[in-house]
Write a protein that binds this ligand. Structure first.
Ligand code: IPD
Ligand code: CA
Ligand code: CA
Length: 282
């Protein structure tokens, strides 16, 4: 099993690096190809498509029997297959379109619905986050501080919410629903040292995994946003659940991911977030 996971990890790495190279090539050159997919702000570009094409080509050559759920192409193969790859060829398209350096390729393998292999590649910073079940999690960064990489990553050890730095995001349906995470954002901004909004869910999870932030929550995200990050975070010692601390359903659109130490506290506050009208009064 370990050898098989290692093989899957190598294939996912090849695909993520190839997709990331496409993103590097397209950065700053996509202005004519930016299209809104449906909701305002939900963009797709030539870079998303080029990255996805090369990733899918690598999977079709190495693992043609596996199923795929990829953001731009949708469901490929039998989705009830034991092996399902959840792929986001460009996580952080809005950032990419603005040349804001927070975007990544995210590739995660679900085995019987459970994340088992994950690769997140940030081509701008040349950081490669990887993990497989029971094999640990690493971050490789070739360009900076080569003597310290590759190395195992671990979550932070902070156990106090008041000393935490958190990260979150806002889904594309935020203008259509009052369940848009604005109240939670204000609430945690008061309770912690700060809340960041990076615009790349996969990097948010990777940053919890390597201890740069202590926790992450978000609603309105998809399996391709979180599959890779979940296994990378679990292998880094972190905890991933639903908001209410119950087991995560990867299709629910909601995730709470922390270093484990602040998990109960974040869950409790998420479940008891005061309405926005009380902002600033607690
Ligand atoms: C988005 C990013 C963002 C999150 C959105 C996602 P995309 O993915 O991960 O951080 O807040 O909900 O849809 O559209 O850039 O692949
Ligand atoms: Ca995404
Ligand atoms: Ca995407």
């Amino acid at each position: 099993m370990k050898e098989q996971l290692q093989t899957f990890l190598e294939i996912a790495t090849e695909a993520a690096l190839a997709g990331g190279t496409e993103l590097q090539n397209y950065l700053g050159k996509i202005e004519d190809s930016i299209v809104e997919k449906g909701r305002p702000g939900d963009l797709v570009t030539a870079a998303d498509k080029a990255s996805e094409a090369i990733i899918l080509d690598i999977f079709s050559r190495h693992l043609p029997q596996h199923a795929i759920l990829s953001e731009e192409s949708g469901e490929l193969g039998n989705q009830n297959n034991k092996y399902l790859w959840a792929i986001d060829p460009l996580d952080g398209t809005t950032n990419f379109a603005h040349q804001y350096p927070a975007f990544a390729v995210s590739i995660g393998l679900l085995i019987d619905g459970i994340p088992a292999v994950g690769v997140i590649y940030d081509p701008f910073h040349n950081e490669l986050f990887r993990a497989a079940k029971d094999l640990g999690a690493t971050c490789d960064k070739q360009s900076l501080m080569p003597e310290t990489y590759p190395h195992k990553i671990r979550v932070s050890q902070n156990s106090e919410l008041s000393k935490s730095l958190l990260v979150t995001g806002f889904a594309y349906d935020r203008r259509e629903t009052s369940d848009n995470n604005y109240a939670e954002f204000c609430h945690f901004t008061h309770l912690t040292q700060g809340v960041r909004r990076s615009g790349s869910a996969s990097l948010d999870l990777a940053y919890v995994a390597c201890g740069r932030v202590d926790g992450y929550w978000e609603r309105g995200i998809s399996p391709w946003d979180m599959a890779a990050g979940i296994i990378i975070l679990r292998e880094s010692g972190g905890k991933v659940t639903a908001y209410d601390n119950s087991p995560l359903n990867i299709s629910s659109g909601r995730i709470l991911a922390t270093n484990g130490y602040i998990h109960n506290a974040v869950s409790q506050e998420l479940m008891n977030t005061p309405p926005l009208s009380t902002w600033g009064k607690h």
